[in-house]
Write a protein that binds this ligand. Structure first.
Ligand code: K7E
Ligand code: CUA
Ligand code: CA
Length: 642
């Protein structure tokens, strides 16, 4: 056994060797190590690691979910640059659903049907405005400090958007593009109303911007980085309109919110406003910025805002210079060691923990002291930091078990470290005997996010921790240069963390939440009257209006209501399809060869597509989704007359 720089036990020196190169660089605070590539590209790594893999266990068979049994939790996971969101079961790790969000998905017809295009947003010519995205963080709606299962939100870092997902169908119902924002990264819902304390459920969604841009970004200030800015946005959870934005100094990374509803916070790694990474690392301290939501909204009511460019959204000034007086400040910048990553709120409502990334520490910020700063009772915002335990190399994200312990992912050390928050506070006050680090476990490899079951609610149950690992290397059959990612489920119910299993993750998820299954109530079928364009036996048929043709179809296994229909070359054809079947899971598809049309209709659901019939001929529109013994026979013949 040996110790690394952080004083922690090293269980397997052979394995450390492959990670050593990366770790050593990190000790100097330097960057290239952060890619983790030093470790990943070492071909010898695979052989050397297998021992460690065995040593790490994986024996927790009693968490197996036997055939026919259901999982205890839903995992709602982001999908990174796939642009989607995934639902997995926990503890099984089985993938249950992939929800298309910012991406095109022919399985359901997302980005193909008129209804989904209207949600995703189109250009004047009817084409999608964007069909790519980058999802990082999924968070749910709260009632009484815990998930109510009604809705979930996810960010799009790529185009600065927020999408809302219905909890009853796990489908996206709204997408909002944030004005004057690039690199929208952190997102979090409020846990109760910041202004009206009688409202105990989610009313707002907060969104931080990671990249500095000219405001507005219309060609001005391009060579004047000092004029660039970052906006923190607040959306209305109900309407999905952007209620307001707050300009900050520095940038924003992750977002967390307080349980009393009053504060949102975002960690900042670029208070320098740097353009290159070395500039972004020049300051000793970055910050965690707290937003006093009630004060911001009062300022807007009082007319103290500007608007930027074409946007009508009110923008308040949350920069340091404008907020020097705590009595009126909208924002409080709590200094934390350079370039922190995630910020997470503890389930007891007391603390916000910023993970150090370039610093081997986590900073524990006492919310009551932030509140005192806003009240003018303490002068130095840094005094709100009540602990800064040394945990290891590359701390990125922290989860909680509801028993006072925190679990932090160490990217460079490839470990999860379990530590006690109260002990860390005692140690910070000078208690040399405080036992801060309670356990650590190797993960495979380089974890990014880590999150606990119900850990972002006041009902954190301390059963599971999921480590979202960025490199899988030798954990799965190789499939070429790019490897699938590993998610490792860890049992945290006892004193020692125990690895339960690995499951694969198609690249590349970031964050997720683990939601108790009973918090979510899904529905079995849709209802015809939810769709104003639903087709009935009476309205089914074909209608022509100049060169616009509307084909109204119904489906009922194993047939569509029309056996054939004719249109003319050049017609603009809309096909509306209502699935009259009422049996749960009895979904039909509709694919048109050579026309890029492919979508499904679930029981009692209606969808439509519009296209130009530009190729004469016979086209068999067929059911793409297996539905019936006569599924293959379920077709209708589209004749496009020349
Ligand atoms: Cu750490 Cu985008 Cu939450 Cu990735 S972020 S890991
Ligand atoms: Cu209908 Cu297959
Ligand atoms: Ca920095």
């Amino acid at each position: 056994m040996k110790n690394n720089e952080s004083g922690m036990e090293i269980r397997d020196p052979s394995r450390r060797k492959i990670l050593g190169g990366a770790a050593a660089l990190a000790g100097t605070g330097l960057t290239l190590s952060l890619t983790g590539c030093g470790a990943a590209s070492d071909g010898k790594g695979a052989a050397a690691t297998s021992t460690a893999a065995k040593a790490a266990g994986g024996s927790a068979g009693h968490f197996e979910v036997p055939p026919g049994k259901l999982d205890d939790y839903y995992i709602l996971s982001s999908g990174g640059h796939s642009g989607e969101v995934r639902i997995l079961g926990c503890p099984s790790g089985r993938t249950i659903k992939r929800i298309p969000v910012f991406n095109i998905d022919p399985m359901v017809g997302w980005g193909i049907t008129n209804e989904s295009k209207a949600i995703m947003g189109t250009r004047p010519d009817g084409q999608l405005k964007y069909w790519t995205g980058d999802t990082h963080h999924v968070h749910g709606s709260y009632t009484d400090g815990t998930y109510d299962g009604k809705r979930f939100w996810v960010n799009d870092k790529l185009h600065g958007r927020v999408a809302r997902i219905r909890g009853d169908t796990f489908e996206v119902d709204r997408i909002t593009e944030l004005p004057n924002v690039q690199g929208h990264h952190g997102i979090f819902t409020d846990k109760r109303d910041p202004v009206d304390s009688s409202i105990n459920h989610t009313t707002r969604v907060f969104a931080g911007a990671e990249f500095h841009i000219p405001l507005p970004n219309d060609g001005r200030d391009m060579d004047k980085p000092e004029a660039y800015g970052c906006l923190f946005s607040c959306l209305d959870a109900e309407t999905m309109d952007v209620r307001w934005q707050c300009r900050v100094d520095g940038n924003m990374d992750l977002v967390a919110t307080s349980y009393d509803g009053k504060y949102a916070a975002s960690n900042q790694y670029n208070v320098e406003g740097g353009i290159h990474y070395e500039d972004m690392m020049s300051a000793e301290h970055d910050a965690c910025v707290f937003f006093d939501v009630a004060r911001i909204e009062a300022a807007i009511k009082a007319g103290k805002f500007i608007t930027i460019g074409d946007s009508k959204v009110p923008v308040v000034d949350g920069r340091r210079a404008a907020n020097a007086d705590p009595a009126t400040a909208l924002t409080c910048y709590v200094p934390v060691p350079k370039n922190p990553h995630g910020v997470n709120a503890s389930p007891d409502g007391k603390y916000f923990v910023c993970s150090g990334k370039l610093s081997p520490t986590c900073s524990v910020i006492d919310l009551s002291l932030v509140e005192k700063w806003f009240a003018g009772e303490i002068k130095n915002a840094r005094d709100a930091v009540v602990a800064e335990p040394n945990l290891g190399l590359g701390p990125l994200h922290t989860g909680f078990d509801g028993r006072g312990n925190a679990y932090t992912t160490l990217f460079l050390d490839s470990k999860i470290v379990k530590w006690n928050v109260d002990a860390a506070i005692k140690q910070f006050k000078g208690d040399k005997n405080a036992k801060v680090v309670l356990d650590s476990i190797d993960v495979h490899y380089q974890p990014g996010h880590g999150f606990t079951s119900m850990g972002e609610t006041k009902n954190a149950d301390g059963k599971f921790f999921n480590s979202g690992n960025k490199f899988s290397k030798d954990r799965f059959l190789p499939v070429g240069p790019l490897h699938v990612e590993t998610e490792q489920l860890i049992d945290i119910s006892g004193d020692k963390m125990v690895l339960v299993h690995d499951h694969t993750a198609y690249p590349e998820p970031h964050d997720a939440i683990i939601v108790a299954a009973d918090a979510i109530k899904t529905r079995q079928i849709y209802s015809l009257d939810e769709f104003p364009n639903a087709v009935s036996a009476q309205t089914a048929g074909i209608e022509r209006n100049g060169n616009k043709v509307h084909v109204r179809l119904t489906s009922q296994a194993p047939a569509y209501s029309l056996r054939e229909f004719s249109v003319k070359k050049g017609d603009i054809v809309t096909i509306t399809l209502t699935n009259l079947d009422k049996v749960e899971d009895l979904t039909h598809g509709f694919g048109i060869p050579k026309y890029n049309i492919n979508f499904i209709v679930n029981p009692q659901e209606t969808k439509s597509v519009t296209f130009v019939a530009d190729k004469p001929g016979v086209y068999w529109c067929y059911c793409t989704h297996f539905c019936h013994a006569l599924h293959l026979e379920m077709r209708t013949r589209m004749v496009v007359e020349g």
